[in-house]
Design a protein around this ligand. Structure first.
Ligand SMILES: Nc1ncnc2c1ncn2[C@@H]1O[C@H](COP(=O)(O)OP(=O)(O)OP(=O)(O)O)[C@@H](O)[C@H]1O
Ligand SMILES: [Mg+2]
Length: 536
């Protein structure tokens, strides 16, 4: 059980939450939904104690422990896999580290000896001697082989990283599990695995996600965060959607009835207020009129940004030729002799569970990484811009959004940039926010703004739908359908791929399949299934 009482939070003048009261109980899985920037991640940070609210407090059931699956998959890159998992139980991990430091000393004082025995005792009560074995069991259960346990986190592919982070969150069977967008960067198989896992988990789960299918599958409750308030619905995402639509409808009907009544009363008052014999009645009706209050219908704060990529120049026939490209990363040959040519109407989706190949290819094509062998050639009429899968490094800066975007703006003028930001839902002073405090979805909106400003005719987009709310995904989706240039992209969103791509490339560890087709046809095709089989 975890309870938030009277939670308010302000950043400067802006209130993110106002007097939120909510209780989460055992056996339930709560999905927290809301627009990008609504405050979901911040709320999880308040629940976990990472962030102090302006008012109010958080309480857990007696003796209960909470753990968090972090959103940032790259955070522990400099740590060993097994340590990352054990550190999920921070107290135990601290004891281990302090103990090790004492034993590593050359001059071991009497004081050190006493401290060491204190630590040993505490370590034993926490079942510390089993920690490594427990962590290893958990990792193995998640399909992370034993030889990987002593590798550095940075050496792991994304899908394994998230499994390690999940093992970290689960380590020591927490009573409350907090997950912030767990499906980001996961391939479909892993998402399915996670769904089953969460359905079987018996304690309290609170999960933030923008993925409807996922939410529908795992959640028993839905918590809608809008206008700084939280409303809880006993049901999954679809249930929330239906009931919130129904509520709006009922409110509209009730308002309509009240409006009719108001009109009737007003007419009466008007007709009879000058009439002495009826004036008493008119006065009482005036009072009745004053009492009627219309319910304010606040439309949801969810909004559609205006996404429109306009190339500065038309693209010629020569777009891109990739010839015999190879690249080995951490001993694994992720690109092996890859060749293909891109035509000037191509919108290519790179699909399949071997995502690291496309990510590496995009990094090379964007000039951020050198291939080991082979080369690629962009046509002279082309200009490309790149949407990286991991944007952490790009936003590690104290710049404001306006300053950050200025180098890419065709007009070096703050008013112009702010106007541009308005259509991407950064209103008023938002442009003066520092980029390093932005929410996941807000960062993506800034990255998309950069790409729109650049006016390129080729877009390289590695998972542009990650982090975005439903409205923004729709806008990006439509923007790319409309885009007259070339797109090379990856996504886990079926509809997104189906509506944009006219060509599919699938990388497998043993080669690639390349076909001019829609995604649905690709998935349905027996011929493609045979090819995939042959390569697996
Ligand atoms: N230190 C800060 N100073 C000012 N504003 C902040 C700070 N930290 C966060 N914010 C703002 O608070 C809002 C909520 O951020 P949060 O990350 O909680 O959103 P979110 O609901 O998780 O969004 P997303 O769906 O994009 O992940 C954002 O507008 C963000 O820019
Ligand atoms: Mg967030």
């Amino acid at each position: 059980m975890i309870q938030a009482s009277n939670i308010s939070l302000r950043f400067g003048k802006k209130a993110l939450f106002e007097e939120v009261n909510i209780k989460f109980t055992e056996g339930n899985c709560y999905g927290i939904i809301g627009a990008n920037g609504a405050g979901k991640s911040t709320f999880l940070k308040i629940l976990s104690g990472e962030l102090e609210p302006t008012t109010g407090e958080i309480s857990l059931g007696p003796g209960e422990r909470l753990s968090v699956l972090e959103q940032d998959h790259f955070k522990y890159d400099d740590q060993i896999v097994l340590d990352t998992v054990i550190a999920g139980n921070q107290k135990l991990y601290d004891i281990m580290k302090e103990k090790d430091a004492i034993y590593a000393k050359e001059d071991f004082s009497e004081e050190d000896g006493m401290r060491a025995s204190e630590l040993e005792a505490e370590f034993a009560t926490m079942n510390g001697w089993e920690a490594e074995a427990d962590a290893a069991t958990l990792l193995n259960g998640l399909g992370i082989a034993t030889e990987v346990h002593y590798k550095q986190m940075s050496e792991l592919p994304d899908t394994d990283k998230v499994k390690v982070l999940l093992a970290r969150a689960l380590f020591g069977n927490p009573d409350i599990l907090l997950l912030d967008e767990p499906t980001n960067h996961l391939d479909l198989d892993s998402i399915r695995w996670l769904e089953e896992f969460l359905i079987d988990f018996e304690n309290t789960i609170i999960v933030v996600s923008h993925d409807r299918y996922f939410l529908n599958k795992v959640c028993t409750h839905t918590v809608d965060l809008d206008y700084g308030k939280m409303q809880i619905y006993a049901g999954n995402y679809d249930f929330w959607y239906e009931s919130s639509q129904l509520m709006i409808k009922q409110m509209k009907e009730a308002n309509k009835k009240k409006e009719e009544k108001i009109k009737e009363l007003q007419e009466f008052i008007q007709r009879f207020s000058a009439n002495a014999s009826k004036s008493k009645q008119a006065t009482s009706r005036k009072r009745a009129l004053e009492k009627i209050e219309l319910d304010t219908l606040r439309p949801s704060s969810r909004k559609y940004p205006y996404v429109d990529f306009k190339p500065d120049r038309e693209i010629g026939n020569e777009v891109l030729t990739v010839t015999n490209l190879s690249k080995t990363i951490d001993g694994e040959k992720v690109l092996d002799n890859v060749s293909f040519t891109v035509g000037h109407d191509d919108k290519i989706a790179f699909v399949g569970s071997y995502g690291i190949a496309a990510t590496t290819l995009f990094q090379i094509l964007a000039g951020e990484m050198e291939p080991d062998e082979g080369d690629y050639k962009w046509g002279i009429t082309t200009s490309n811009s790149y949407f990286p899968k991991d944007n952490t490094a790009y936003f590690d800066s104290n710049d404001t959004i306006v300053d950050w975007l200025m180098p890419f703006s065709p007009e070096k003028d703050a008013t112009y940039v702010r106007g541009f930001l308005g259509r991407m839902l950064f209103k008023g002073d938002d442009g003066l926010k520092k980029v390093n405090v932005l929410s996941g979805g807000e960062k993506v909106r800034v990255m998309l703004s950069k790409m729109m400003m650049l006016g390129s005719n080729v877009l390289l987009m590695d998972e542009p739908t990650n982090h975005l709310d439903m409205e923004s995904i729709t806008s990006v989706n439509n923007g790319l359908i409309k885009f007259p240039g070339v797109v090379l992209f990856t996504s886990q969103d079926h509809q997104f791929i189906q509506t944009i791509a006219n060509r599919i490339i699938e990388f497998t560890p043993n080669g690639m399949i390349d076909k001019v087709t829609t995604y649905d046809e690709y998935l349905d095709s027996d011929e493609m299934a045979r090819k995939r089989q042959a390569l697996s």
